[in-house]
Write a protein that binds this ligand. Structure first.
Ligand code: AMP
Ligand code: MG
Length: 483
């Protein structure tokens, strides 16, 4: 077997999924593959990029041991419940146990229609494929739990969107693809038996140490609340906006999943939104913690029949579990921003300073990443001119710097600042340029961006152009869904 499959999801009750062979494409070509990740998965790096490997990543060859399936799920999309979504353009090839002993899914995205494609073609254009590759690998390098990119191919076929576009297939690796929406699917059908099977599977797979035989559903809920809370704590200090935090895009594993209209903020504003479909700014940067809690409440609802026989008892227990979130979030969020600013003390005054700093950054439309990057240089002894230049009002910059010098401990906190403030993020305009070049058949900008982002905390002169904020005509103000 070229891929050491062991497919536990396909052994669950059949109504959780539908067997589905990928649909062949005309003439696949490799854009990029990920030998480091392949090694973790027990896949030979030569085979990874061989003709057989490329056929596999295109869906033309079903490798030995694979049991391709599409998974059933539902979801709240922008707060509206859709009882049946499911994998409409994704096919799970199977699972492997990685070199750390963790079970990982290998899934093709854009591999053709499934039982849940509805009106869709089951395909992906290469734009969203490149975007997911760049951003998911960058998130990994930035230390954020995330799904990963194993391979990207072109299909030699066109997909029809607003105009015809070159097609691609993306190979996604995830701890699992079980979502809040997976539980909602079976909850909506009042299928308690399927819910119980999912709880047992998810607990054994993701949180074996958290299991409580007396109440596995509550143990799972508590573990997911903690993992999702910790995930949002990682997103906000990077200026990351997921863009489409629908319950079908919330992984039970606590990994970031589904890189559609996501974006990293340029100029800071808490209400910042890039997604073209997020008209009401529901998924704005600063709304993400409260949306995460809303999503977790939807998960809790699905588990009530398993948490206690009496509904009121179940609600009480679920509410206690959900109550973990606000304090845990607040503590993690403040610790992260203290690290970014070089503050030592966890007290009311550092909390107030973080708040007023974000207000002044928003007022001055300061570039979020460059601000913390240059501030880290100031902490290391360089002069503050580059920080000042980021503000629209110089007086605000100088007043802020003076207040920062009064409260920060740059000498003792420098290492923490360096570890908290990346030099490189995948800037929206760089992603867009890489995608546009990709559509012209030029993958050099894409490959350069992926290469650069493997070490986002390390200054490298050859990539210094990638640090820059967009000029006014380069600025990307809207991002689009992953279809
Ligand atoms: P997403 O925007 O990735 O969260 O997808 C939302 C839902 O739409 C999921 O059920 C997807 O499987 C489905 N979907 C998205 N794009 C396509 C497509 N091209 N063909 C079929 N289904 C799709
Ligand atoms: Mg999705």
């Amino acid at each position: 077997m070229q891929i050491p499959f062991d497919n536990s999801y396909a052994r669950l009750p059949e109504r959780l999924f539908a067997p589905q062979t990928p649909t062949r494409v005309a003439s696949p070509q490799l854009i990029r593959a990920n030998p480091g990740l392949a090694a973790e998965l027990g896949i030979d790096s030569t085979w990874l990029e061989s003709a057989e490997g490329v056929s596999t990543w295109a869906g033309n060859l079903v490798p030995e041991g694979a049991q391709p399936i599409a998974q059933a799920y539902a979801g709240h999309q922008f707060a509206n419940f859709v009882p049946q979504l499911g994998d409409g353009r994704a096919i799970l090839l199977g699972e492997v146990i990685d070199t750390h002993g963790n079970r990982r899914d290998i899934q093709l995205k854009g591999a053709g229609r499934t039982a849940w494609s509805r009106g869709g073609d089951g395909r992906a254009a290469i734009g969203p494929v490149l975007r997911e590759y760049i951003v998911s690998e960058a998130m990994h390098a930035l230390g954020v739990p995330t799904t990963r990119a194993l391979a990207a191919v072109t299909t030699g076929e066109e997909v029809q969107r607003e105009s015809p576009l070159a097609g691609g297939v993306f190979t996604r690796v995830a701890a699992s693809h079980i979502r809040v929406g997976t539980f909602q699917y079976f909850s909506a059908q009042e299928d308690t038996e399927a819910l119980r099977a999912l709880v047992d599977h998810a607990l054994a797979r993701h949180y074996p140490a958290a299991n409580d035989p007396a109440n596995p559903a509550l143990a799972l809920l508590t573990a997911v609340i903690t993992a999702q809370c910790d995930l949002i704590i990682r997103w906000l200090p990077l200026g990351f906006i997921h863009g489409v935090m629908n319950t079908d895009n919330v992984a039970i594993s606590g990994e970031t999943i589904d890189y559609g209209p996501c974006a990293f903020m340029d100029g800071f504003h808490p209400q910042c939104v890039y997604s073209s479909i997020d008209r009401g700014a529901r998924y704005a940067w600063g709304n993400q913690p409260s949306i995460a809690q809303w999503n977790l409440t939807r998960l809790a609802e699905t588990l009530l029949p398993l948490i206690a026989e009496d509904r009121d008892d179940a609600i009480k227990l679920a509410e206690q579990a959900l109550a973990i979130f606000p304090d845990r979030f607040q503590a993690g969020y403040l610790a992260a921003f203290r690290a970014k600013l070089g503050l030592t003390e966890a007290n009311d005054s550092s909390k107030e300073f973080i708040k007023s700093t974000l207000e002044i950054l928003a007022k001055n439309e300061v570039d979020f990443t460059l601000f913390f990057r240059h501030l880290t240089r100031v902490a290391a002894g360089e002069d503050a001119a580059e920080v000042v230049a980021l503000f629209s009002a110089e007086t605000d910059a100088n007043a802020w710097l003076e207040s920062w010098r009064a409260v920060a401990s740059p000498d003792t906190e420098l290492t923490k600042m360096q570890a908290a403030n990346p030099i490189l993020i995948p800037r929206n305009h760089r992603i867009e340029a890489a995608i546009q070049a990709g559509y012209r058949g030029d993958f050099v900008p894409f490959n350069r961006l992926v290469d650069a982002l493997t070490l986002p905390f390390t200054a490298d002169a050859q990539f210094s152009d990638l640090e820059q904020a967009p000029s006014s005509d380069e600025r990307v103000t809207e991002t689009f869904c992953g279809t």
